[in-house]
Design a protein around this ligand. Structure first.
Ligand code: NAD
Length: 435
């Protein structure tokens, strides 16, 4: 089938590449011409494991194309995927500007009947609105259907998740349109949930809100564990063995970030408010997360009295390992706090420094390696559990840092026994401190 994908970010590009891999002919369209020129050469604009090789293979096989021109990209496309960003406004509501702009471009250039499949996460009711929005902007006598196919991939394992996802959700009012999308996805052989559009929209928000709730829940348990002398890792392990609970998303840490959980939880609180429902539980989840992100800096300040002039190494900037995405990363909050407190911050991340530089305060120095960041530092903060950071030798860490170093580990990267052997003062999340 001939497909187009509009918006080639983490979702759009991975979707386009994977749909090409399962045999479809796909043209990815983006308004960012620089990005498009790179992608034509097989260079992905994002870091995602396995993406580059799959992209190159499918370009070579002439199944995958890129364009910044809608008229060219939409040519003969039976199905058009829409995967542009849906960020939040400062008040937490969803900014649909990119969706509307992309939808308008599709409407202006469509010369054949098509199914428009929204992958972007949009508030309940948006797809219905989008259908009439596109209708009102059509320039030619064509008919359209809108299907919602929310995305559940995780950055860092996006390709794997697309081929091995838990389910594909297809929300449609038109059965034939739903059947076409089922057929496109058939080679993936994944469980399908075919439902109406509103349900599909809600499944996405409810899923993310639930996962965020699990994280804030275990972080609260971690905070109690610290006070009563328990170890959250043992507690989470014992809880997770219960199949009704499961081990996933029960890892205590410095809180969730990224391009989805923060905005999607806020959007759901607003959606609930719009129908006069006060989503108290989710509001608490968000509050707990905001507090969790600043908790390590607060602890450091309490321990040291002041962070003024202290040399601090921050290891890990991306919101999670496996991605260069800095959107809503906990490191942004932590580093701003550290700078406000007068600390001298040297930061390191194996992949996200290019994206981090424009959004972090100018005072931050970037090191080429973790060792360079740790060199002569008095305090270390670990904010992303990259292998490059988890696998650091604690002996090297101790040798590189100034005498009597202190580590605040927001991702519980090291075993407490190992740390004890190296005589490093170490504070992690929900586990006993080592002084
Ligand atoms: P992104 O910001 O990485 O990418 C958006 C892309 O769309 C950019 O390349 C941008 O240049 C392009 N774009 C913007 N306006 C355009 C237009 N008018 N026409 C064509 N292209 C345009 O976004 P993302 O992270 O891939 O997220 C896309 C959607 O998927 C969002 O709604 C998000 O909530 C949802 N989602 C994201 C993830 C994730 O892990 N990133 C997971 C599930 C769902």
């Amino acid at each position: 089938m001939k497909l187009a994908v509009v918006g080639t970010g983490y979702v759009g590009l991975v979707t386009g590449v994977c749909l090409a891999e399962i045999g479809h002919q796909v043209t990815c369209i983006d308004i960012d011409e620089e990005k498009v020129e790179k992608m034509k050469k097989g260079i992905p604009p994002i870091y995602e494991e396995g993406l580059e090789s799959l992209m190159k293979q499918n370009i070579q096989a002439r199944r995958l194309f890129f364009s910044s021109k809608f008229e060219k990209g939409l040519e003969k496309a039976d199905v058009i995927y829409l995967a542009v960003g849906t960020p939040q406004y400062p008040d937490g509501t969803t900014d649909l500007t990119a969706v509307e702009s992309a939808a308008k471009s599709i409407a202006h250039h469509l010369v054949q009947d098509a199914i428009i499949v929204t992958k972007s996460t949009v508030p309940v009711g948006s797809n219905e609105y989008l259908k009439s929005f596109i209708h009102s902007h059509l320039k030619n006598d064509v008919s359209i259907e809108v299907v919602h196919n929310p995305e559940f991939l995780r950055e860092g394992s996006a390709i794997h998740d697309t081929f091995h996802g838990d389910r594909i959700v297809i929300g449609a009012e038109n059965k034939q349109a739903a059947a076409v999308i089922e057929q496109i996805n058939q080679p993936l052989d994944l469980p399908l949930v075919v439902t109406d559009i509103k349900n599909a929209e809600m499944i996405k928000y409810a899923s993310n809100a639930f996962l965020a709730t699990k994280i804030s829940f275990i972080n609260e348990i971690a905070n109690i564990c610290e006070k009563i002398g328990a170890n959250v890792e043992d507690v989470a392990y014992g809880m997770g063995l219960d199949k009704r609970i499961g081990h996933q998303f029960l890892k205590a840490g410095i809180g969730y970030g990224g391009s989805c959980f923060p905005k999607d939880t806020n959007a759901l609180v607003h959606m609930a408010g719009g129908v006069d429902h006060d989503f108290e539980l989710l509001k608490s989840v968000i509050r707990v997360n905001n507090q969790q992100q600043i908790s390590l800096v607060q602890k450091a300040k309490q321990r040291l009295g002041s962070l003024e002039g202290k040399r601090v190494a921050v290891l890990g900037l991306a919101y999670k390992p496996g991605t260069d995405d800095m959107r809503e990363a906990a490191s942004i909050v932590v580093i701003h706090r550290l700078i406000e407190e007068g600390a001298e911050v040297t930061a390191y991340d194996p992949f996200a420094m290019e994206n981090a530089a424009p959004i972090l305060p100018q005072q931050v120095w970037f090191a080429k390696t973790a060792a360079e960041a740790l060199h002569d530092a008095e305090v270390g903060f670990i904010l992303t559990e990259w292998d490059q950071i988890k696998n650091l030798s604690l002996k090297d860490v101790k040798d590189l840092m100034k005498a009597d170093p202190i580590i605040y580990d927001g991702r519980n990267c090291f075993q407490l026994d190992d740390v004890r052997q190296h005589l490093i003062e170490y504070h992690s999340v929900g586990r006993p401190s080592i002084a």
